[in-house]
Design a protein around this ligand. Structure first.
Ligand SMILES: Cc1cc2nc3c(=O)[nH]c(=O)nc-3n(C[C@H](O)[C@H](O)[C@H](O)COP(=O)(O)OP(=O)(O)OC[C@H]3O[C@@H](n4cnc5c(N)ncnc54)[C@H](O)[C@@H]3O)c2cc1C
Length: 375
């Protein structure tokens, strides 16, 4: 069995991007996906391109946590820059639009928190403007008129989760990568020569393995004796009927969980991490749905009367401190982790490229070392 240079476990955006960047650099690559490409979080998410420190953990964990978490800002900024160049590089539409993200304050106290958070973000290099009530009325007159102000980050936006993973996978195959669907990795043997991955389709050898298994990454890591603190959480999103263009921004709200944006086709995507139920697989929770829609309508009154055409749920990969887990696993040379929690859709292109460079012994353009697992 001739070993691959690199085997990727998982066919979401992280896995497909890893396969693309590695094969483009001339590596012999195999991607193993247990079901089909893009069926998990990468194809089910809300498509927000984030950079601001999210408000919910900021409120729960405080400014000290935010100072540490700000280390992810260069990573998200690099990712947004990467998204802006991907359509030309991959030769297809990804629905990328970065007209800015507006975090709206529910109260004067929340606005004061946004100001403190913006100071941390600016020190990390993120462009953030603070809008008072007058700015909001002028620049976002469609939002509720009782909001206390907002933090505006001009580089945030959206991309299309249906398009990104399939296009990366197609281009990876163009560069010679092999992709096997219905190939769950069930066990991994490893010694100083490399790795042998067992699937019902057979055994595959590689010098390097990249764990890009999303919400199931802890199970894959355990196959090489690694214990990582990553869990899957069922969350949900909804989309309305098509409406005329109104909302250019990605909108968040400090008062409750919310992300809100209008797709190019006209539907409003309403999410923010509301919990779904588990019945073997994630199911939409009607209580979460009703509350999510109520918050969206509170912030954008024009949503009143809009019909919901679809709501769906999926597992998101989460870590308690929101930090990514990246790089070569201590004690398991050649085994790499490509795990960005909660906002991994945004981060995947730049992080996967840097991780591939690490695995192939090249100099990465992005420093991931802050997120390596401690030995
Ligand atoms: C509802 C929802 C909304 C979200 N909204 C956003 C958003 O707006 N913006 C944002 O940036 N992020 C968002 N996220 C988070 C984002 O989608 C994820 O962080 C990201 O997609 C993770 O990508 P991934 O490729 O690492 O994992 P996934 O897309 O979960 O892919 C992992 C793949 O690994 C496969 N796999 C698992 N175990 C094995 C195995 N043993 N063998 C082979 N294959 C295996 C799975 O079948 C799956 O296909 C959202 C997530 C959800 C669920």
């Amino acid at each position: 069995m001739k070993p691959f240079d690199l085997i990727v476990v998982g066919g979401g955006l992280s896995g497909a991007a890893t396969a693309y960047f590695a094969s483009r650099r001339g590596a012999r690559v195999l991607l193993l996906e247990k079901a089909d490409l893009n069926l998990a979080a990468s194809g089910s998410n809300a498509g927000s391109i984030h950079a601001q420190i999210p408000f919910e953990p900021y409120r729960a964990l405080g400014p000290d946590w935010a100072e540490g978490y700000a280390a992810t800002i260069p990573l998200f900024m690099a990712a947004i820059d990467r998204w802006s160049r991907l359509e030309a590089e991959l030769g297809g539409s990804l629905g990328v639009s970065t007209k800015g993200g507006l975090m709206a304050a529910a109260s004067d106290a929340d606005m004061a928190d946004l100001e403190r958070k913006a100071a941390i973000e600016r020190r990390a290099g993120l462009p953030v403007e603070l809008w008072d009530r007058g700015d909001l009325a002028r620049r976002a007159p469609f939002l509720a008129d009782d909001l206390a102000g907002a933090a505006f980050c001009p580089i945030e936006g959206k991309a299309d989760p249906f398009l990104a993973t399939p296009l990366f996978a197609r281009r990876a195959m163009d560069h010679g990568a092999e992709i096997r669907r219905n190939a769950p990795v069930q066990a991994i043997d490893h010694d100083s020569d490399g790795f042998v991955l067992e699937t019902p389709e057979g055994r595959f050898a590689a010098r390097c393995v990249v764990n890009a298994a999303g919400a199931e990454a802890a199970r894959v890591a355990a196959m090489v004796g690694l214990d990582i603190a990553l869990e899957g959480h069922p969350i949900q999103v909804a989309v309305t009927e098509k409406r005329p263009p109104l909302l250019p921004y990605l909108v968040y709200y400090t008062g409750e969980k919310l992300t809100l944006k209008q797709a190019a086709e006209g539907g409003f995507l309403i999410g923010g991490g509301w919990p779904a139920r588990m019945r073997g697989a994630p199911w939409v929770d009607p209580v979460s749905l009703a509350r999510n829609l109520a918050v969206a309508q509170l912030v954008l009154p024009a949503l009143s009367g809009a019909q919901i055409v679809r709501s769906w749920a999926a597992m998101v990969n989460g870590t308690a401190d929101w930090h990514p887990i990246l790089g070569e696993a201590p004690g398991v040379p050649g085994f790499y982790l490509n795990l960005v929690p909660w906002m991994g859709f945004t981060a995947a292109p730049a992080v996967s490229e840097a991780l591939v460079d690490l695995a192939l012994g090249l100099e990465p353009a992005l420093d991931l070392s802050r997120f390596f697992l401690a030995a």
